[in-house]
Design a protein around this ligand. Structure first.
Ligand code: SF4
Length: 347
């Protein structure tokens, strides 16, 4: 049985031809699965009964199940715990903005990258998500909320560029006009800095926004909080970013989680401004989530303001990310952690 949900239109055309049917059915089937979001072949009313029967014998539509949804009373943020077909679970978060709903999707079950401030990495890495499982989080959330989603950020559990092929394929599924039809300019892919794959991504010319988790301005400091810094230096990372901008013409977004006493001082702000000066970039300052045994503390609001002020007055555009869903377990990985603990207790 094949997971037909994971096929792009081109792959679906090949598949339809391989079972002795006409190619044009591929677009019809793709629309039913990705745009309408049906759960069974029987709901595909413009497809002949004989083709539907043939599909049922050879293929299945993969859907994800919402196990739990927490809704913020403050701002309507929806945090989903989503079950995959092999009983693993990932998280997705829908945030409400004036310009529409943005979903933060997961790209892997767990994460290998080991960033010290992140709960997603605590239980290690289990597997990559399929393209259809990444897109499936959007379909599941839209159905649950009965609302459309207009922007996607790949910032949930996992390192997107460590699951390169499936992530790029998922962008193609999401872009497809016969499917969700969400343009690449409404998609942001985050990375802790896999330099080689940043360059590959540039060459795909997808027009997606690239978002770099930087969090430090020296290699020494970065190594303390992000093991990936042992593999690639900040210089190599910024060179790859320059290449991305040159090839795509797209601005890069730099994420900088401010940790009290670690990276929120004036000197760091000035060094960051110097590193990014002249680059088409935007800095998102994020007061860090205090998740890992209280090891990291959030910067004080006045330190965040001072940091932002130094960047802006140096010509580097910086904003502070609004904290959404602060009354629910909004930090990435926490809901899944509870699920894993419960599974462990039930053994
Ligand atoms: S911050 Fe991102 S890359 Fe780092 S461990 Fe967490 S999920 Fe992985």
């Amino acid at each position: 049985m094949v997971n037909i949900t994971d096929y792009t239109i081109e792959e679906l055309e090949e598949y339809i031809l391989s079972i002795g049917e006409k190619k044009f059915h591929a677009k019809q089937i793709f629309k039913w699965i990705h745009r309408v979001g049906v759960d069974s072949f029987d709901e595909m009313t413009d497809i002949s009964k004989s083709l539907r029967e043939k599909l049922k014998e050879n293929a299945y539509i993969m859907r994800l199940e919402v196990l739990q949804c927490q809704v913020s009373k403050k701002d309507g943020t929806h945090k989903f715990l989503i079950k995959l077909s092999d009983n693993n679970a990932v998280e997705s978060v829908v945030m409400r903005y004036h310009h529409g709903n943005t979903i933060c999707v997961s790209s892997q079950v767990g994460c290998k990258m080991g960033c010290k401030f992140c709960a997603s990495t605590k239980n290690g890495w289990r597997r990559h998500l399929l393209a259809s499982e990444i897109e499936g989080q959007i379909i599941a959330a839209e159905k649950y909320m009965n609302e459309k989603i207009s922007n996607i950020v790949y910032m949930g559990i996992g390192e997107p560029l460590d699951n390169y092929d499936n992530v790029v394929k998922s962008v193609k599924l999401i872009n497809c006009p016969e499917g969700l039809g969400i343009g690449a300019r409404h998609i942001s892919i985050s990375t802790c800095g896999l330099v080689d794959n940043i360059r590959r991504l540039a060459d795909e010319k997808l027009q997606a926004t690239l978002s770099i988790s930087l969090h430090a301005v020296t290699d020494e400091k970065r190594k303390e909080i992000m093991p990936i810094a042992n593999k690639y230096s900040i210089k190599e990372l910024l060179d790859a970013c320059t290449y991305y901008i040159m090839v795509t013409g797209r601005r890069i977004s730099f994420e900088f989680a401010l940790i009290a006493g670690v990276n929120d001082d004036e000197e760091t702000a000035r060094a960051l401004a110097k590193l990014l000066r002249g680059m088409i970039a935007h800095v998102n300052l994020i007061p860090v989530n205090e998740i890992v045994n209280g090891q990291f503390k959030k910067s004080k609001p006045q330190d965040v303001d001072r940091f932002m002020g130094i960047l802006n007055s140096s010509g580097v555009v910086a904003t502070v990310r609004r904290e959404l869903g602060s009354d629910i377990d909004a930090a990435c990985g926490q809901l899944r952690q509870k699920y894993l603990d419960e599974q462990e207790n039930n053994k």
